[in-house]
Design a protein around this ligand. Sequence first.
Ligand code: ADP
Ligand code: MG
Length: 304
Amino acid sequence: ATPTALMVGVGRAGQLGIVIKGPSALESSGVIDTVVLDKTGTLTTGAMSLVGVHPVGGADRDEVLRLAGAVEQHSEHPIGRAVVAAALEALGRDTGPTPGGAVALPAAEGFTALSGLGAEAVVEGRRALVGNRALLAERGVTVDPATASRLDQAEAAGRTAVLLAVDGAAAGVLELADTVKPSAPEAVARLRALGLRTVLLTGDSRRVAEQVGRELGTDEVVAEVLPADKAAHVERLQAQGRRVAMVGDGINDAAALATADLGMAVVSGTDLAMKSADMILVRSHLGVVADAVSLSRRTLATIR
Ligand code: ADP
Ligand code: MG
């Protein structure tokens, strides 16, 4: 390899908003044939908003928000943030700020984030759980047919739906909306035009994932993947002889970024993403992924 050509490539990458950790990243990105894209926070803005609350089994709307908000106040997940924002707004509307100034959510004891599933805590002596169907099933919480159909309807509309359970009984359905980044459809089209296979990888439900996949035109959709299994899925593709680039934000995909032949972190992501990746994409326009691949191919062509 000609070091000069690689150095020119690294410099040109900088101008395009691509920070390359080492010249070898440029070499590996020139030969990849598959791009795995994380959904939440990478293809979507990740700034979720709560768009529906459906109480179940006698709870009222504010009670659902209060308990779910209490659990999620310690969560860093976009779902948790959206639930807390909505709970604070609803409670503030009813009671106004407390003397201390801020609207108070009840305290949550023993908060635990359950990666790819949800979160739990004890609130006012009750065990509260917020998360997906898999989490409730795992904890033996039954979901009646009417509630299950609520979830189905929300997901059919492309929304992420999670459940609140209190002391082992379903208490509400929370519906969240996320937005596909405006640059995502064009970015996926460009990757495909470069002959790359595009795979959407997410922990979200199959129906929501397929909706987003259709909107973006990805070749493949892999849904309901637990965070720990995202890296294993990358390995599976590699075992099939694929050279894989993983694009993610580090929320639940840092291991996959590190496992991939080329890990690309979007800059809005976490510090962990920056550590695990080979390239950091500083431009918010997702077209930067295709730019990186094109540039690497050109650089390698110069060398060979
Ligand atoms: P993605 O792969 O799209 O980034 P995640 O792996 O972060 O998604 O989450 C997968 C699913 O786990 C979510 O769609 C949701 O059902 C559930 N989940 C994760 N964290 C939480 C939370 N704090 N509150 C409620 N549900 C959660
Ligand atoms: Mg994510």
